[in-house]
Write a protein that binds this ligand. Structure first.
Ligand SMILES: [Zn+2]
Length: 235
């Protein structure tokens, strides 16, 4: 409660673009919004992580995208998170929440307290339901502190109760996929048969593979093909 109250004064401050800090109407400022689109993943980085677990992502974790994710975690620049969550839903063509429940990869209570917010939760939106509990901290993709490297690679998660048969699981960044897989398998253990992991950004090898595939698939400059890519759809 004290923490919530202490953060209230921020409501009085102008909304800042999370990527560059400029005052913005909503979401990102115009140049950063344009910059973000340069990193959109054409095939959504579709990857199968485990049996019944498929992941997609909206952007490569580079440039403006990385600045946006880092900026969203800075106090006072969270305003865009909900809007970017909506943008993520639209871009990935996610099913409506009343058809397939949405949840998120949670931070541990300790980290959430320290940070005052949980970015995946904000991206997941107000209709998301908390289905997972984090039992061990996962390394922060945007931090290089040695303390983070000592934790288990994906963190550890447990379902809070029975899980519906199909779930959309929202996360902010996927690099190795270890965290997403750990969280998705906890949902599977709780009863889910299919989990779609939807991340805002895809970093590291995962993004490079996607980009390489794309340059092979697309003829040259113009492409009007939409959603014709890889994945076998067996999840
Ligand atoms: Zn900006």
């Amino acid at each position: 409660m004290r923490e919530a109250a202490a953060g209230l004064w921020r409501l009085l401050l102008p909304v800042r673009c999370p990527a560059c800090g400029a005052v913005a109407e909503s979401l990102l400022c115009r140049p950063c919004a344009v910059g973000l689109e340069r990193y959109a993943l054409p095939d959504l980085g579709l990857t199968m992580l485990a049996e019944g677990v498929v992941t997609v992502g909206a952007y490569a974790y580079e440039g403006t995208v990385a600045e946006t994710v880092r900026g969203l975690k800075v106090a006072g620049r969270w305003a865009a998170a909900r809007g970017l969550g909506l943008q993520l839903r639209r871009r990935l063509g996610l099913p409506p929440e009343d058809a397939v429940p949405v949840t998120w990869v949670p931070a541990t209570r300790r980290r959430r307290r320290r940070r005052g917010m949980d970015l995946p939760e904000l991206l997941a939106g107000p209709r998301a339901v908390r289905l997972l509990e984090a039992t061990a901290e996962r390394p922060d993709q945007t931090s290089l502190r040695p303390a983070d490297r000592r934790t288990s690679p994906g963190g550890a998660f447990v379902a809070r109760g029975p899980v519906p048969p199909a779930v959309v699981l929202i996360d902010d960044v996927r690099t190795t996929g270890a965290t997403a897989t750990a969280a998705a398998l906890a949902l599977r253990a709780g009863g889910a048969r299919r989990v779609l992991v939807a991340t805002f950004a895809v970093g590291g090898d995962a993004a490079r593979e996607t980009a390489a595939q794309d340059s092979r698939v697309r003829p040259a400059s113009t492409s009007n093909s939409a959603g014709t890519s890889s994945g076998s759809g067996t999840w």
